[in-house]
Write a protein that binds this ligand. Structure first.
Ligand code: ARG
Length: 457
């Protein structure tokens, strides 16, 4: 039975009921709704609505319901209750009879759903925090094992300067560290309890809302009832965090898809995260990574969708707000799945060092070194840049690397070039020289690894 039947003489049209009901997705808030209800029953004792004994009876029944829900959450979906709040209340009445009908005193589904969703968000954020840390750890482990794996670094997808696979791993570690801190930041703002705000104007019972918030594990209670029941900033923030996090993961995926391509061949993905073609027997496709890249889209969609749903909504609660859940659930589930999947991909990755090295040696990635060498010999940088450009063209025509040009050939571009140029053009020297903080020099990478390990331990 609906919670609000008294005012109505006609039953809801089945088609409207289906359209209106949210149980098929908000059943995921069952645990939070029960937890919130236990706390609310305790608050009702403090204002004399429930006796201690009645509260204990309710709490016991709610605990039983909680274990039933945990054992079989799908059972909820068999019900035709309107939403999870109606379902919990209905079950409670089944268990304790008329006493169950007292629980909703002074409470509205508006403060209830806001509370449930925030409790759910807190739980989900803690899982996401774990997953972002785990992926950072996996990246650092991979970095540590690949400090000497030199490969080309790119700008414009043109070989630019040599880097190491370790340095590449640490770049993504940084992005994930920011994702982690964004989540922690969102958590601070959402950790405020709306319970006790009633439908919109506050509850008529003089409940200590701070105490109630504390019982639910919130840091404090919200300040304004109108805002509390209509605020979904936490949904927007978490969707934004998810959107940024997924952008990072999609770039990670794209880099690895390219590294794994026949053209690059820098890594080989494990059979465990790739799939074959039904037609072409030779294929081993990077599906896990492509799905990570692709799923980024639906998460951005959920953020945009929720922004549009909330735009222009008058205060306070409107049914539009029921639209907050499906996108949020899907986006955070997707993000969590993708974080796990990215870790699985890294676990089985094989870096093909000879191929990486070979590619780093090609493509004139040491041109900047030659220019810096000329600068050290007194040639102004702009001139040096031009000279090296000409030398690169000559090497391209000859089909060789810069360091394969003879001293005589090099001297034709600038008489200051000497035998001491050759060690400078080596890949190792290119790396070693970038020893300022954050650079690719082995010493910098090693210290970045040990700092990351400390932060993540
Ligand atoms: N199912 C609703 C939601 O998800 C719960 C709140 C309903 N409140 C109301 N006054 N109709 O938003």
């Amino acid at each position: 039975m609906a919670l609000w039947g008294g005012r109505f003489t006609q039953a809801a049209d089945q088609r409207f009921k289906q359209f209106n009901d949210s149980l098929r997705f908000d059943y995921r808030l069952a645990e939070q709704d029960i937890t919130g209800s236990v706390a609310w029953s305790k608050a009702l004792v403090t204002v004399g609505v429930l006796s201690k004994e009645e509260q204990q009876q309710l709490e016991q029944a709610l605990h039983t319901l909680l274990s039933e829900v945990r054992a079989n959450p799908e059972q909820i979906l068999q019900s035709d209750a309107e939403d999870i709040h109606s379902w919990v209340e209905g079950k409670l009445i089944d268990k304790v009879g008329a006493l169950g009908k007292k629980l909703h005193t002074g409470r509205s589904r508006n403060d209830q759903v806001a509370t449930d969703l925030k409790l759910w968000c807190k739980q989900q954020v803690s899982e996401l925090l774990n997953a972002t840390r785990e992926l950072q750890q996996a990246l650092v482990v991979t970095a540590e094992a690949n400090q000497d794996a030199v490969m080309p670094g790119y700008t414009h997808l043109q070989r630019a300067q040599p880097v190491t696979f370790a340095h590449w791993c640490l770049a993504y570690t940084e992005m994930l560290a920011r994702d982690e801190s964004r989540l922690q930041d969102a958590l601070k703002r959402l950790d405020v309890s709306p319970l006790g705000c009633g439908a919109l104007a506050g509850t008529a019972y003089e409940i200590d809302r701070e105490q109630l918030a504390g019982w639910l594990g919130f840091a404090s209670a919200t300040r304004n009832s109108l805002d509390s029941v209509s605020d979904r900033d936490h949904v927007l923030e978490l969707l934004s965090d998810a959107s940024i996090g997924m952008v990072h993961l999609s770039r990670f995926a794209e880099d690895l898809i390219f590294f794994n391509s026949g053209e690059a061949g820098f890594v080989e993905l494990s059979d465990k995260v790739t799939s074959g073609s039904s037609l072409m027997p030779q294929k081993k496709n990077p599906d896990a990574l492509e799905l990570i890249r692709g799923k980024c889209g639906r998460v951005q969609g959920a953020l945009t969708g929720m922004m549009m749903t909330l735009k222009g909504l008058p205060l306070a609660y409107n049914k539009d707000m029921q639209e907050d859940k499906e996108g949020l659930f899907d986006a955070l589930d997707t993000w969590l799945d993708c974080l796990h999947m990215a870790g699985l991909v890294l676990e089985g990755i094989q870096v093909k060092r000879p191929r990486c090295q070979e590619a780093a040696e090609q493509g004139y990635a040491n041109s900047t070194e030659l220019a810096d060498y000329l600068v050290a010999k007194g040639v102004p940088f702009r001139e040096a840049h031009h000279i090296v450009g000409e030398a690169v063209v000559a090497a391209i025509h000859k089909g060789v690397a810069l360091e394969a040009l003879s001293l005589e050939e090099l001297k034709a571009f600038s008489p200051v070039i000497d035998q001491d140029v050759y060690p400078i053009l080596s890949l190792q020297s290119c790396l070693d020289k970038r020893n300022a903080q954050g650079g690719v020099a082995p010493a910098q990478v090693a210290s970045a690894i040990s700092e990351a390990k400390k932060r993540l331990s």
